[in-house]
Design a protein around this ligand. Structure first.
Ligand SMILES: Nc1ncnc2c1ncn2[C@@H]1O[C@H](COP(=O)(O)OP(=O)(O)OP(=O)(O)O)[C@@H](O)[C@H]1O
Length: 248
């Protein structure tokens, strides 16, 4: 579904992503883990061309995104939603207005907005929050709104950049359940960047481990299930190294 081939990216001459090849398969929940500064967020932002690669191809359904016109890229990006650690909601707009902005940017007809807004808010369990402002919401509720906003465009892939890093353990579990439900009920492919092993372990089918702008390995795994997240999950890596993905 998304394929990166020989992708490199530098900032001010400093290489941040180096000759990376990675394939995201339709229907999977693919985790990307690594130390701070390893290049995880940059890799994720390359997948929807929020960052342009210096070299290499980035394909979505076989189309090289770097060769598309601005209009074609805007259209293709409607298939690729994104959520962030700090939610990126517009503070002076209500929940429904936040979602409407996204629908307008995507060119969805105004007469469809009410339905789309209701549909995505119902999916994340916030249908009664449409008229609230972000400042009236908890962190977990803000992230649900951000997820609803991404879902409103009916994406096929959801890119998640540290979506639970600002949240407490039980809210983290809640958000992971929402992501898993999006994958299972809606068939949306998910790419999940996190530095927390237990977050990755709980819902991912494959895990890519990054270090210094390169991919160390990609491993197939059985999602362990969502339990209360704690910070101690170092054992996960040792378990995973036994089960390298033969297709990686
Ligand atoms: N827009 C930018 N301009 C300059 N340098 C950048 C930019 N974005 C990222 N970098 C640098 O690229 C490197 C990788 O950053 P990136 O955010 O991708 O890493 P990360 O693995 O996601 O780290 P973290 O877990 O701390 O978020 C870092 O050294 C960072 O300072």
């Amino acid at each position: 579904m998304i394929s990166l081939q020989n992708v490199s990216k530098a900032f001010s001459g400093q290489p941040v992503i180096q000759s990376v090849a990675l394939s995201i398969e339709q229907g999977e929940i693919h985790g990307i883990i690594g130390a701070s500064g390893a290049g995880k967020s940059t890799l994720l932002r390359l997948m929807n061309l929020l960052e342009r690669p210096d070299t290499g191809r980035i394909e979505f359904d076989g189309m090289d995104l770097t060769n598309l016109s601005n209009r074609q890229l805007r259209q293709t990006r409607q298939n690729i939603g994104m959520i962030f650690q700090d939610f990126n909601l517009v503070g002076n707009k209500t929940v429904e207005q936040n979602i409407a902005v996204s629908l307008e940017l995507s060119g969805v007809k105004k007469r469809e907005w009410t339905n789309r807004i209701e549909e995505c808010l119902r999916f994340v369990g916030l249908e009664s929050f449409a008229r609230k402002y972000p400042s009236e919401l908890s962190g977990g509720q803000k992230q649900r709104v951000a997820i609803a906003r991404a879902l409103a465009n009916r994406p096929r892939v959801l890119l998640c950049d540290e979506p639970t890093s600002s949240l407490d353990p039980s809210t983290t579990s809640e958000i992971l359940r929402v992501l898993q439900n999006i994958n299972q009920a809606l068939g949306v492919t998910i790419v999940l960047v996190s530095h927390e092993m237990q977050v990755i372990q709980s819902i991912c089918n494959r895990v890519t481990i990054m270090a210094d702008g390169q991919i160390e390995t990609t491993i197939a795994t059985e999602p362990a299930g969502i339990t209360e997240i704690t910070s101690d999950a170092g054992w996960f890596l040792t378990q995973l190294t036994e089960r390298r993905d033969p297709h990686a």
